[in-house]
Design a binder for this molecule. Structure first.
Ligand SMILES: *[C@@H]1O[C@H](CO)[C@@H](O)[C@H](O)[C@H]1NC(C)=O
Ligand SMILES: *[C@@H]1O[C@H](CO)[C@@H](O)[C@H](O)[C@H]1NC(C)=O
Ligand SMILES: *[C@@H]1O[C@H](CO)[C@@H](O)[C@H](O)[C@H]1NC(C)=O
Ligand SMILES: *[C@@H]1O[C@H](CO)[C@@H](O)[C@H](O)[C@H]1NC(C)=O
Ligand SMILES: *[C@@H]1O[C@H](CO)[C@@H](O)[C@H](O)[C@H]1NC(C)=O
Ligand SMILES: *[C@@H]1O[C@H](CO)[C@@H](O)[C@H](O)[C@H]1NC(C)=O
Ligand SMILES: *[C@@H]1O[C@H](CO)[C@@H](O)[C@H](O)[C@H]1NC(C)=O
Ligand SMILES: *[C@@H]1O[C@H](CO)[C@@H](O)[C@H](O)[C@H]1NC(C)=O
Length: 786
């Protein structure tokens, strides 16, 4: 008898002991309060839903991964009332008998609701895929959280035409931020910055949709991430996670910094790792630093904002508000001057563009226009002989960035009397604002709701108009400067190939076009008729997962002076890389076949330096090449250099000054820096050294791997310099006889000077690659200005 009573009550005891932490559904008239134990849990326990603290006594109803990624930090995947947090006392999420789900603030104000009605009974539960579902008891979904995402897309969740992801405001502030991922009216999936100004930055606004491989024809507007890590969108945009296929947890999140990233983690307690991201150059994300400031990329630190000279930061806690002018500008000519900011670009907001305007004409133009804030001045190459100056007066200074790759300068309009002092603060030194929540006792107000909805409709129409204007602007702007190719191309179509596909493309690996330490290179034609170079790596290469991760990192690097990587193949022990084919082979072949005049040599030197500067300093993961030599500098149909074979070097781990991870010597005799021999820490300066040797080879036509008159090339060059009595004679002694005396002495001297700096024995005495770019370009522009 006693036993049967216990048995009778056992389920009850069992249930009540669990009820505080694992509620699996809400039904009837019931509610969840702001209490750490009051959470809904998915059947497999992976997801939880409940009130999440977003500030002092401020809570939002959210869904998160039950397992934190680090102590106490939760991964939020959805939020109901992100812009209207509720008080900790008496607030709740309530399921009403009518079928509506509401969130009330302090028992009074309704801040959020599903606006649903049902005759029959309903229940609310959390699905194993993270979807919070309001379902009728007889079946049928009334409402689901997957239909109104916040900033995160989970696997199996659709992003459709009426939805958008909106970033959060900042690292610790979950309210709506400025960045949006959405399908545009032309059916293209885009990232938009909607702060004080509205601009699209992904896909690259310099490219037309088709150039970015996006299709505008499919109006279904659906994007979807599958659980293996493959994302596809109806505009033909697809990508694959670096760790594709493994059974891991994944989220696709529009981060507060405007970048969209795919994160994954294998074990529930792990930190999330990035397995794909849209933008590899953070400064190209608009709105980052706000008006009147410059974004720059600092190795080992990340993105940095700083105010223009004469401006001060508006709000120390929020860089997106930018900087305000501290001086007064009159419209009087004799009191106004210009301040040069080298390699600084401001995107958009041009008063117009003026081709073939000299510096003086551009200056005059900006002085005439009272609200001209300054002007962008750059040379655009039309052919080898002539660079045409272009002038862009600016009405606003937005989306500013400093990049050694930007071949132009900004001239800021300032009073002649401006005392220049550097102002500038790191993004990192932001002070976190304390949220001071005092709840206001509004009545729920139908007319207010109407006003809000109306404003939203008007807002979206307005957005459309702005968009059209923007599009028109971009089109005209684009056509005007078709010669600008300084912009790194967007990553497109990077993918995994099958071995049989590549076998077919290369006709069974029959057309060998090169052979190196890393493997053999074959020419091939892909199924879409693109000509590719397929590199088959030697067998003893690393494991599949490591290979995939590394290769996708490299696939993200995109720069006009790096070989474009289209994909890879990893099957069994086969490891292959697929690159764009380059028509003119390598610099090594061209130097020996005597087809490079001095102009091409100079251009190749500049382009190679830009590519290496990007690898070292600008992209998100710093990559050392470690084997810079003429065989690895490929030349396209226009003899533009494409640095290749950086695929085998490993990305430097962020924050490590010198990489001690190199266990064995890499590189090629003759081009290798002394650090390798003396076992010193390996830094990006090893590439600078090798680059210097390549320059010496281009100048002298002599291969550093061979001895000249029983001396190393560097020693030989230095001796010749000493022997020469005057500048004019040593260059004749050194210069490549194949040039037959046809060269620009000024340029060759610059090249030589840079080369000697690069091959300094002491690595600290060598310039960085971006300094090399500046040295070469500075000279180039100066000599053409007059
Ligand atoms: C976890 O949260 C704390 C604040 O609660 C924060 O200081 C810390 O940086 C977070 N950890 C990670 C890895 O984001
Ligand atoms: C988009 O993809 C489909 C199927 O893969 C292809 O038929 C179509 O040509 C592509 N469109 C564009 C514009 O690339
Ligand atoms: C449009 O995209 C959807 C989703 O990607 C796809 O299923 C459909 O076949 C596409 N339609 C056309 C005409 O390509
Ligand atoms: C700028 O002008 C305002 C008033 O017009 C004046 O108060 C302020 O001191 C001026 N600032 C400077 C730096 O001259
Ligand atoms: C600029 O010119 C105006 C008149 O043309 C004159 O009054 C003023 O003093 C001049 N200012 C300077 C700084 O020379
Ligand atoms: C640029 O202007 C100069 C004279 O101002 C003219 O001789 C030259 O032909 C122009 N170049 C182009 C490409 O318009
Ligand atoms: C988050 O940002 C919004 C908008 O700037 C602000 O109103 C709110 O107070 C911030 N919340 C926190 C917790 O800082
Ligand atoms: C926060 O609220 C308290 C009382 O409501 C007020 O005294 C204090 O000034 C507020 N702090 C801020 C930063 O607004």
């Amino acid at each position: 008898m006693a036993i049967s009573i216990i048995l009778l009550f056992l389920p009850l005891i069992f249930f009540s002991s669990f009820s505080s932490s694992t509620i699996d559904r809400l039904s009837g008239a019931s509610s969840l309060s702001v209490h750490a134990d009051d959470v809904l849990t998915s059947p497999d326990g992976v997801f939880s839903a409940g009130f999440f603290p977003v500030g002092d006594n401020a809570y939002c109803f959210a869904i998160w991964f039950s397992e934190p990624y680090s102590e106490g930090n939760r991964t939020i995947v959805w939020m109901a009332n992100r812009d209207q947090p509720v008080n900790g006392r008496k607030s709740e999420l309530a399921l009403r008998k009518s079928g509506n789900v509401i969130i009330t603030d302090a028992g009074r104000l309704t801040v959020w609701s599903t606006d649903t009605v049902s005759e029959s009974s309903v229940f609310l539960y959390l699905h194993e895929n993270g979807n919070l579902i309001l379902q009728k008891s007889e079946g049928g979904v009334l409402w689901q959280s997957f239909d109104s995402p916040t900033d995160t897309l989970l696997p199996q969740q659709l992003l459709t035409k009426d939805m958008q992801l909106v970033s959060s405001r900042s690292q610790g502030n979950y309210s709506s931020g400025f960045y949006k991922l959405y399908f545009d009216n032309d059916n293209v999936l885009r990232l938009l910055y909607g702060g004080p100004e509205i601009t699209v930055y992904w896909p690259d606004p310099e490219l037309m949709s088709w150039e970015a491989s996006r299709s505008t024809f499919n109006s279904s507007r659906i994007a979807f991430l599958d659980s293996l890590g493959y994302f596809s969108s109806s505009d033909n945009f697809t990508f694959m996670a670096a760790d594709y296929g493994e059974s891991v947890q994944r989220i696709l999140k529009l981060d507060f910094d405007g970048n969209i990233r795919l994160y994954s983690r294998k074990y529930r307690m792990d930190k999330w790792t990035v397995s794909w991201q849209a933008m590899s150059q953070p400064c190209r994300i608009h709105g980052t630093c706000g008006p009147n400031s410059i974004c720059s990329y600092v190795p080992h630190f990340g993105r940095k904002c700083s105010c223009l000279p004469g401006f001060k930061i508006r709000d120390r806690t929020d860089w997106s508000l930018g900087c305000i002018q501290e001086f007064n500008l009159t419209c009087t000519r004799n009191e106004t001057g210009f301040l040069k900011l080298s390699n600084v670009e401001f995107y958009g907001y041009d008063y117009g563009f003026f081709p073939n305007y000299t510096f003086g004409m551009c200056e005059n133009l900006c002085l005439q226009i009272c609200d001209c804030k300054g002007f962008q001045f750059k040379f655009i190459k039309h052919n080898y002989r002539s660079n045409i100056p272009y002038c862009y007066p600016k009405t606003q200074l937005l989306n500013g960035q400093h990049s050694p790759n930007f071949q132009g300068d900004m001239y800021l309009k300032v009073p002649k009397t401006l005392p220049i002092q550097e102002s500038g603060l790191d993004c990192s030194s932001t002070v976190v604002k304390q949220l001071n929540r005092t709840y206001t006792k509004h009545q729920e107000n139908a007319s207010l709701k109407f006003v809000v909805r109306f404003a939203m409709v008007v807002g979206s129409v307005e957005l459309g108009v702005i968009f059209i204007l923007w599009f028109v602007f971009i089109r005209t702007h684009r056509n005007s400067c078709a010669g600008t190719q300084n912009y790194p191309r967007i990553t497109t179509g990077f993918r995994k190939f099958t071995l049989s596909e590549l076998k077919k493309a290369t006709q069974g690996f029959s057309k060998e076009i090169g052979r190196g330490a890393g493997g053999v290179v074959y020419r091939g034609m892909l199924s879409d008729h693109r000509i590719a170079a397929v590199k088959r790596l030697s067998d003893a290469y690393q494991g599949e997962a490591e290979f995939q991760a590394e290769v996708s990192t490299i696939g993200k690097l995109n720069h006009m002076n790096l070989t474009e990587m289209w994909g890879y193949c990893a099957e069994g022990k086969h490891r292959l890389l697929v690159y764009k084919y380059t028509e003119h082979g390598s610099l090594a072949e061209q130097l020996s076949s005597n087809s490079l005049g001095w102009e091409r040599r100079f251009d190749i030197a500049v382009g190679t330096a830009k590519g290496l500067a990007y690898l070292h300093e600008e992209c998100l993961e710093w990559v050392l090449h470690c084997d810079v030599k003429p065989q690895n500098i490929l030349l396209d149909s226009n003899y533009q250099p494409k640095v290749s074979d950086f695929g085998l070097s490993r990305p430097l781990k962020r924050g490590s000054q010198a990489n001690k991870g190199f266990s064995k010597i890499r590189g090629t005799r003759g081009y290798m820096a002394p650090e390798w021999v003396f076992n010193l820490p390996i830094t990006s300066k090893v590439d600078v050294y090798s680059y210097g040797m390549v320059l010496l080879e281009m100048i002298s036509g002599k291969c550093p791997a061979e001895e000249i008159e029983n001396r190393r090339l560097v020693t030989w060059v230095r001796e010749k310099m000493k022997q020469a009595t005057e500048m004019s004679s040593w260059i004749e002694m050194i210069i490549d006889p194949k040039l037959e005396g046809k060269y620009d002495k000024g340029r060759m001297e610059i090249l030589f000077e840079v080369a000697l700096k690069c091959v300094a024995e002491d690595r600290d005495a060598r310039p960085t690659m971006s300094q090399v770019v500046e040295m070469l370009l500075h000279q180039e522009n100066d000599s053409e200005l007059v």
